[in-house]
Design a binder for this molecule. Sequence first.
Ligand code: COA
Length: 149
Amino acid sequence: MMMADSVPYNARIREFKLSDYDRVISLWLECNLIRSKESLSKEMLRIETERNPRLFLVCEDSSGRIIGTVVGAWDGWRGWIYKLAVTKDYRRGGLASRLVDEVTNRLRQSGAQIIRGYVKKENDASLSLFAKLGFTRMDDVVLVTLGRQ
Ligand SMILES: CC(C)(COP(=O)(O)OP(=O)(O)OC[C@H]1O[C@@H](n2cnc3c(N)ncnc32)[C@H](O)[C@@H]1OP(=O)(O)O)[C@@H](O)C(=O)NCCC(=O)NCCS
């Protein structure tokens, strides 16, 4: 896999802390990754962090603003990438690539040999990004779900 450039804008990637909750939710709302704050409670994020403690990453700029996130999940079978987000004014600087690179390395360290992510068909930015990082598109797979779409 291609190595992404270093983190831009004097920002740093670190693991999520519960005190980041409000800022992370704001970013996910801005990026349309969740519908409302109520759909993802602090308790849910606490449980997720306990389950995969090293895989929930945020990027913080020098003023303390959360400008990017990625959440990895290792289920013992495959590694998954969720909640890849970069705030609008920091896009196209290589930050999402760096986040995917970091979470991918961590998932591999956990034992994941296959790493996958869900991308909406019309999300050209995300599809281009994953393609650039060496991910291949699986056109023979359809997502099925129980519960809310
Ligand atoms: C998708 C997203 C995370 C990309 O973040 P980013 O930091 O701008 O991505 P990068 O700078 O690392 O981009 C790497 C490559 O991806 C591709 N890419 C990124 N954004 C693109 C866009 N808007 N259009 C076309 N290609 C794009 C390009 O190939 C880019 O390389 P280049 O800038 O050298 O041309 C960001 O647009 C975002 O948060 N979108 C809303 C949330 C979302 O859709 N998340 C993904 C859910 S699956």
